[in-house]
Structures are given as structure tokens and as C-alpha cells.
Design a protein around this ligand. Sequence first.
Ligand code: VGL
Ligand code: ZN
Length: 201
Amino acid sequence: MQALLLVDIQNDFVPGGALAVPRGDEVIEVANRLMPDYGLVVATQDWHPPDHLSFASQHAGRQVGDVIELNGVQQVLWPDHCIQNSPGAAFCEALNTGRIDEVVRKGTDRRIDSYSGFYDNGQPNNRNATGMHEMLQRRGVTAVDVMGLATDYCVRFTTIDAVELGYVTRLVVDGCRGVELKTGDCDRAVSELKHAGIDLV
Ligand code: VGL
Ligand code: ZN
């Protein structure tokens, strides 16, 4: 079975939100249009405690965009965003949430970020699972199409993990928008995924 993975289509990632992705709201209509075509629709939700260590506000003297080392991995510092149960963490109102079968939350551990919908950002052999893989296995999913926000972070990491776990993985390019901290980040992410053997659709 083929599943559609909707990555982080949340208020804080669209214009007006705390970590707004330029034109992030444009992915909503793509998601609404595609959902009926899949046997299973899974949405991820960035879901941080208020004192999450990916927030610049938790590090004296640091600013948004700074890069620090957190538990041995490079961590970009973000504005406070997607705080558990806050309006910013909710799915965008225009998203047809009635079509979502499963929700996977990530980034819940204060000490470690989680860009991928499958595992957190730990050291390569020490990453905690979110439960996504188990759930997809239980549901009989063998192929996934990935789209959402943001191309250069959560979509990129989710897609790479999906292909490494053996799913036939495609990227719905029209359905992705990126943060683009550095010009070209999105293009670089897409060509990296292409080289990893992911089909663009
Ligand atoms: C994301 C930065 C921080 C994302 C989440 O959804 O791509 N980016 N948290
Ligand atoms: Zn986050």
C-alpha cells in the first residue's frame, strides 16, 4: 500500500506563523487535492515543549540562526515554534484534517530536535524512533509519497529516512516549500534526494 506523508503543515510554518516558510500555505491545496488518492494519509506534527533546546530563547547570548552543538550534533537555533497544544502547533485550518488517518508527533524531547518523521536528530546509531516506521509496517505500507514543510529540513530528513528504511519513496515537489536560510538550500535538498534515488513527482 502507498501512503501520503504530510510533513508539518502547521500554523507556525505558514505566513504569519513563528517560523514562517515563504509561501508555505501553498502546499495546503496540494495536500487536500492528493489525500483522496491514497490508501493511508499520515501527518507529522512538530510538537515541542516550551523549553525545547532548539529554541534560541533557551541559550543566553544566542540568536535565531546561530548553529550550536547539542548532544554532539549541529543544531540550528530557531524561534520558539510549535509548542505543544498552542495554536501555532495546530494543523492549518484549511487543511482537510478529516482525511488524515494517523498523526505522528516529533520533537517532544526537550534535549533533541527531530527533523525526520521517523527518528530524532541523534548520533547516527543512536536515534530514537517516533513510531512512524512501526505504524507504517503494521498498516502494510510499502511506498510513501512525501510533501510538506520544510523542504530543506523536515521533508528532506523524512524522505531520506523513508528510502533508507526500504520504502519506495517519492517526493511531491509541488507540495513542498522551504525555509531557505541560505539561498539554494531547497534546490540542494531536492538534488540530494534525487541522487539518493528518490523519484520526483
Ligand atoms: C522544521 C525547523 C525546526 C521543519 C521544524 O518542519 O522543517 N524546521 N523545526
Ligand atoms: Zn521544530
